[in-house]
Ligand binder design. Sequence first.
Ligand code: LMR
Length: 438
Amino acid sequence: MLKFSRYSLLSKLNLFKLTTREYCGSDDCEKSAFENIKTLTPQGISRLTNLFQEDKNENKVNLGIGVYRTEENKPYILPVVKKCALELVQDPNLNFEYLPVFGNPEFTKAASELILGKDCKAIEENRIVGVQTISGSGALRLAVEFISQHLKKRTCYMSDPTWKNHSLILKHAGIKTLKGYPYWNDAKRNIDISNLLAALNEATEGDVILLQPSAHNPTGMDPTKRQWKQIAQVIKERNLFPFFDVAYQGFASGDPDRDTWAVRYFVKKGMETLIAQSFSKNMGLYNERVGNLIFVLKDANHIEAVASQISILIRTNYSNPPAFCSRVVAKLLTDENKKKEWLKTILEMVDRIKKMRKALTNKLKELETPGTWDHIEKQRGMFSFLGLPPNQCYKLLKEKHIYLLNCGRINVCGLNLNNIDYVAKSIDEVVRQAVSLR
Ligand code: LMR
């Protein structure tokens, strides 16, 4: 009926050749609300993943997105994670009721203790809040919304370089000014500590300093304990606000406790901080989006007000988080034997990464590839910052079908005994070509 009447109206309009402008008084009724939306070119890691999937070349190697792969180049389900999931599915009391706004309390407690340590004074004194989030990205987003709305902070410093999504999240969640602190010294293939400290010394009181405590993305290079102490001292003296992103706990040293040494040091020094935590990598729960955001405050009296404001941010966004894998993580972390098994698996994963680092370094040295390559072995975590300029990375992608970020970052987990010779020879070729053109 409705269709018919619309149709007859249209045919009448045609009949009398009435234009929209004449009929409506403007062209507006023909306009779509979406017509001025600009198409963004897909960028960064997701674009690289799409290109890799479309590539039909049989030698193609994906060293782009940061995911763990086995020696057989397969995704990895940690055996103890699978065990916990199966136990939960078989639990006759399992249900899918809503979680509280702050998530699964068993999970947030265990996850927060994993970062801060069970003996943390701030936990004992009830000066922390743990909030279950949509993985590490969700924790960052929630943290930055809180920081910009309630702490009224407008400037944030990030390492230069950093994970590409950091600047996008910060910008979209209300930070007006983004600044970089120097991090990587390309000539020395190491941390640029003097310029890093100099930049922090220039920051204005209250500025937010985003830090990665271990397995830095993209460089794979972490400050030493001595350097962390220097960084903490400047942040404390200048009353800056430290904000940690912990996405790879365990992947740097193989020991989750050691990997959060820096966070614990800042907290012991009495500093307030926010900590974004992800279980995507260290439990292989990438698509389950399990994360935690920890607020560490100086005064337990402020917890109630802070928590009430966080709950509004969550309620007006995703209401409450998904439950299943928060239960998996809680089960794993609160059972001695399961936790031991997890720690052992992390060591095995880290061991494989270290072997691949060593193998790539050795092969480039054997090939006498121009340049120095020891840094690949020194770096930690999933990523290695090769030190190749964007045009050489592009050649690797276009001519050799090796997918890496244009900043020269590779995911070392994408290497295995089947592809490492090909990757090393391709790097060698591209670097030699560049040298011969100089
Ligand atoms: C990466 O840097 O590759 C990972 O953190 C995955 C992502 O979402 O960017």
